[in-house]
Design a protein around this ligand. Sequence first.
Ligand SMILES: [Ca+2]
Ligand SMILES: [Ca+2]
Length: 230
Amino acid sequence: MIPNGGTPFPTPAETYNAHDNLNGADITAAEILADGTLDGLFGNDGDPWTVEDGKLPGLFGETVDMPEHLLPHTLTGTIRAYAPNTPATIQLLQNGKSIYTATTETHPAYGQQNQSFTFPAVAPGDYTLLITKTAHTSFTVQHITVGTENIDLTASLGVMTLLCGDINGDGMINDSDLAILWSAANYNKSVNDAGVNPLCDLNGDGMINDSDLAILWSAANYNKGAVVIG
Ligand SMILES: [Ca+2]
Ligand SMILES: [Ca+2]
């Protein structure tokens, strides 16, 4: 889009000094497409500059075709997790820095369910996918390469199952979490009761009881930690 009322031209010396690293030689496609990069380059006090339909914003009323190697693609996938009424956060990282963030769909249900996610426009490059969800341990997929096609991770990785029961969020599902769930303050309580830790409701049905205990205590989850593949 063309911003309305923006400042189309920067003050060259100051602006380019402020963005010495954006000289076009070593900037990645993801960096160009990241929110705020174009505003930082060209200045903006109106609507944000955005890339739409494979076009870069133009300075003279005409948009400019994106170079082929910079055209973004969709990246989709599906996780399996408990409490499907709560979204998971999906991040695409480069060098440990979050480049894109998406959230999964949610369902008005409880138990273990599939939740899908979509990144609508990912610039070509190599990424690490990081999935996080409350009361679950993290799930990392290394070395995801976005090239010249849309990617459906379900085709290569299947449905990614998150491990459930990390109530205290320390990265492990163990006796520390069991003690919280089992405590008099939480066990056999409703998530709406005063003083309850709602994360103890692992399956998302609103009650903290033996169903949640069974999830935490199951061989699939107990004494497990973060999942890293790839
Ligand atoms: Ca824990
Ligand atoms: Ca429950």
